[in-house]
Ligand binder design. Structure first.
Ligand SMILES: Cc1cc2nc3c(=O)[nH]c(=O)nc-3n(C[C@H](O)[C@H](O)[C@H](O)COP(=O)(O)OP(=O)(O)OC[C@H]3O[C@@H](n4cnc5c(N)ncnc54)[C@H](O)[C@@H]3O)c2cc1C
Length: 457
């Protein structure tokens, strides 16, 4: 059996089902032009992926395997590979968003395609209602997930260097665009500038896990506080697959054995599965609402103010600064920003989803799309359209000393938290380096409610 092992969302050797196969294999990764052509040349994620590939390549080399890197359209790469030799099948771990499914379907017309389950705890068709239809509400899905969860979901796949034989494969690196082989792939060669990453972004999943071991006990108490760093910071590793979900579950089990309540964290992992399951069964949700015909009211000036951190609402602008400067954003701030965007500014959620998609290091189509639909009140979960976050009371509660706001908006350090958390007091100030709020929360939320009600009737 001659197999192509296609690495995508599983950029690791440890606990990778792809490496549990036998026979002759060619491991590959494709820098997909269809995806890369939409990115900025300074996109941080390309550097994150590149770093992960360098590590993956070195680890595979220790197993006697050569990772071949390609730059091109996946279909062209497979056509070219087939023109060079015979292969029996391509194996890859499941990738379930609409683009990925379509891409894989096309490749499967060239070569038998075997999916190995890896990315999520459950396969997207594994947890269904008793009538065989997908769940639409999180809590029953979560309860069912807990009852179905068993050791199988944590099983380890051991890579076996005895079984795998590498092709004598040359050239090692191919740039599909030029068809020139180069000895070392550089990001500049595919049009990207390597980005400087923070210490946290450079740390390995193992290092993040050991730091999180000190925090997990207080996860549910601290996770909403923007300046506390009380969460795991693992979303990019889960996105790229530099950490296996089963490794994380086994680690969680160890914490549980030490008497720690791991349930709140596990619940968030199930949210990730829930959203993947929803997008798999309802791919139209990537653009269309599940409920309510809200379209939002396009307004370029509001959109520009939001995307440039110039709304005059401190926590929203601080969140956007965090996103632009680091590619990250605290979960509570994501919720506040998305609520402000879709309710106070009444902008179409699709615009906000695209903006986040362009910048989030951990961008995951399912989590991002469904979270935006949740915020807009248009998704499957019964988050009613009339629930609107008040950004001022949110920060009074979750950033009482304005540590988060000061970090990302240093021009506000002279303004006391009391003023920053009070819309009326803040509006009375005139700050040279910071804009006046573009909307008043009370007025705009009242306006939003009237708008939503009128559309419903
Ligand atoms: C508008 C909006 C957009 C979002 N877009 C994304 C996205 O593109 N990619 C993404 O991974 N998450 C997204 N989230 C969910 C969440 O904000 C991040 O997963 C979380 O902030 C990552 O930080 P962490 O790894 O420290 O999380 P932790 O709190 O440590 O959680 C552990 C893991 O559980 C998963 N998780 C946690 N919360 C959620 C959630 N609400 N929904 C789904 N999975 C969750 C993530 O994989 C995370 O790494 C979004 C949330 C909102 C409100």
């Amino acid at each position: 059996m001659r197999r192509i092992l296609w690495f995508r969302r599983d950029l690791r050797v440890l606990d990778n089902p792809l490496l549990s196969l036998e026979g002759e294999v060619l491991p590959i990764f494709i820098f997909d032009i269809d995806i890369l052509s939409n990115l900025r040349e300074n996109d941080r994620r390309v550097t994150l992926i590149y770093n992960a590939l360098i590590k993956l390549k070195a680890s595979l080399e220790q197993q006697g395997l050569n990772l071949a890197l390609f730059y091109g359209k996946p279909l062209d790469v497979f056509q070219w590979l087939l023109s060079q030799g015979n292969y029996d099948e391509v194996c890859a771990s499941g990738d379930y968003d609409p683009y990925a499914l379509e891409r894989d379907r096309n490749v499967s017309h060239l070569l038998p395609f075997t999916y190995l389950h890896d990315t999520y705890i459950f396969r997207p068709d594994e947890i269904l209602k008793s009538d065989g239809t997908p769940y639409q509400v999180f809590t029953p899905f979560y309860n069912r997930a807990k009852s179905l969860f068993n050791a199988e979901h944590m099983r380890q796949f051991f890579p076996s260097d005895q079984k795998l034989i590498s092709f004598d494969y040359a050239p090692l690196h191919i740039l599909q665009a030029t068809r020139h082989s180069v000895s070392v792939l550089k990001l500049e060669a595919i049009g990207f500038t390597p980005q400087i990453l923070t210490e946290a972004q450079l740390s390995s999943p193992e290092e993040k896990l050991s730091a999180f071991a000190e925090k997990i006990e207080n996860y549910s108490k601290n996770r909403d506080y923007m300046a506390l760093e009380g969460t795991s910071g693992l979303s990019s590793d889960l996105r790229l697959g530099t950490l296996s979900i089963r490794t994380l579950l086994r680690w969680l089990l160890k914490q549980k054995k030490h008497g720690i309540d791991t349930e709140p964290f596990f619940r968030q992992l199930i949210f990730r599965d829930f959203y993947a399951m929803l997008l798999y069964h309802f791919p139209y949700l990537s653009q269309q609402n599940f409920r309510y015909p809200f379209k939002g009211v396009p307004n370029e000036a509001f959109f520009h103010a939001f995307c440039t951190a110039q709304t005059g609402v401190p926590v929203v602008d601080a969140g956007i600064q965090e996103l632009l400067q680091s590619g990250e954003m605290h979960n509570r701030v994501r919720m506040i920003c998305a609520s402000f965007f879709t309710k106070n500014l009444l902008l179409p959620w699709q615009w906000g989803e695209t903006f986040f998609a362009d910048h989030l290091n951990d961008y995951d189509a399912a989590s991002n799309i469904l979270s935006w639909q949740w915020s807009a009140g248009t998704g499957v979960d019964p988050q009613p359209y009339f629930r609107i976050f008040n950004p001022y009371t949110q920060t009074a509660k979750f950033d009482a000393h304005a540590v988060y706001i000061y970090k990302w908006l240093p021009q506000l350090t002279d303004i006391t938290p009391k003023i920053l958390h009070n819309e009326d007091l803040l509006a009375q100030l005139s700050i040279n380096t910071y804009p006046h709020p573009i909307v008043n929360h009370k007025v705009s939320s009242h306006h939003a409610l009237t708008y939503f009600k009128s559309i419903q009737n």
